[in-house]
Write a protein that binds this ligand. Structure first.
Ligand code: B12
Length: 234
């Protein structure tokens, strides 16, 4: 394997393997990505760390290359294929969800926006860590988030946006909850490249995370608080 050359001790080897997997995503090499993902599993390394540090990071590099006009759309889609190849190796090895769900989440990309790579990573991370996740897909109207959250008895409505032209619509999810007098029933979590903590406060949403690993930490903290406030567990 290509990564083996730079191995020096456990920590160095682990770092090199994660870097090689990130490289395989950037190089659009699905075969190598699958092999390296298997190696991550064999070595008993943290799958969620590998997802964030190799797969999400690789897609972010690919995104930067696209912005620098070194990559084009077909390249990006092939990077996503390499990421999916690794993900298919990881999925069965993600920590089994706890029997009792940590909470229910509906997640989707906001209306008008078809970017779903980052949203899918967040959904996978939450789902594999004990949340009951209903993924509504992409191009989801604000009303559909609310309807599904009610039907699914969700705790968290998680909304992704990658476009500055669509991020404003995330405010409509909050407004729709207010209109239906449901605002206190749900935590609204937002994220995506153009989203910031200031923007989150500005639209009246509750939670923001800049990546999937942080989304899990933020959700865990918020759910703990919510359960303590409610004095009961669902
Ligand atoms: C891949 C990509 C595409 C792919 C999408 C494939 C897919 N299935 O998603 C394709 C080629 C289809 C595409 C299309 C378009 N794209 Co595009 N795309 C990108 C690109 C290069 C990478 C995005 C990505 O996947 N990143 C990797 C993932 C892992 O990172 P992420 O999405 O940021 O997600 C992480 C965090 O943000 C966070 N997160 C994400 N969602 C959520 C949700 C919650 C709740 C939380 C807590 C956290 C969270 O966690 C994730 C994991 O760590 C970006 C540039 C970039 N550098 O971001 C442009 C970019 C987003 N696209 C852009 C544009 C303009 C478009 C198009 C309009 C192009 C066109 N003219 O047709 C269309 C949009 C069509 C539409 N209506 O949606 C612009 C947006 C500019 C802007 N200011 O709005 C960007 C920034 C490129 C650019 N600089 O021009 N795109």
């Amino acid at each position: 394997l290509r990564y083996a050359a730079g191995r020096s001790g456990q920590t160095g080897g682990k770092r090199t393997l994660l870097a090689a997997l990130r490289g395989a995503v950037v190089d659009m090499d699905a075969v190598l990505a699958r092999e390296l993902a298997s190696e991550v599993v064999t070595q008993g390394m943290s799958i969620s760390e590998a997802i964030e540090r190799s797969l999400a990071a690789g897609m972010r590099c690919a995104g930067d290359l696209y912005e620098a006009e070194k990559y084009f759309i077909p390249d990006l889609l092939m990077c996503a294929d390499a990421m999916d190849a690794a993900m298919s190796v990881f999925s069965p090895h993600l920590p089994a969800a706890e029997k009792k769900t940590k909470g229910r989440v509906v997640i989707g990309t906001i209306q008008g926006d078809t970017h779903d790579i980052g949203k899918n990573i967040v959904a996978l991370m939450l789902g594999s860590s004990g949340y009951d996740v209903l993924d509504l897909g992409r191009d989801v109207p604000p009303k559909a988030f609310v309807e599904s959250a009610v039907r699914h008895r969700a705790d968290i409505i998680a909304v992704s946006a990658l476009l500055t032209t669509t991020m404003g619509r995330m405010a409509d999810v909050v407004r729709e909850l207010e209109t239906q007098e449901l605002r206190n029933g749900f935590l609204v979590m937002v994220g995506g490249k153009p989203v910031s903590a200031e923007f989150t406060v500005g639209i009246g949403a509750d939670l923001y995370a800049k990546n999937a690993a942080e989304a899990l930490r933020v959700a865990d903290r918020a759910m703990k608080k919510r359960k303590a406030e409610n004095g009961c567990e669902k």
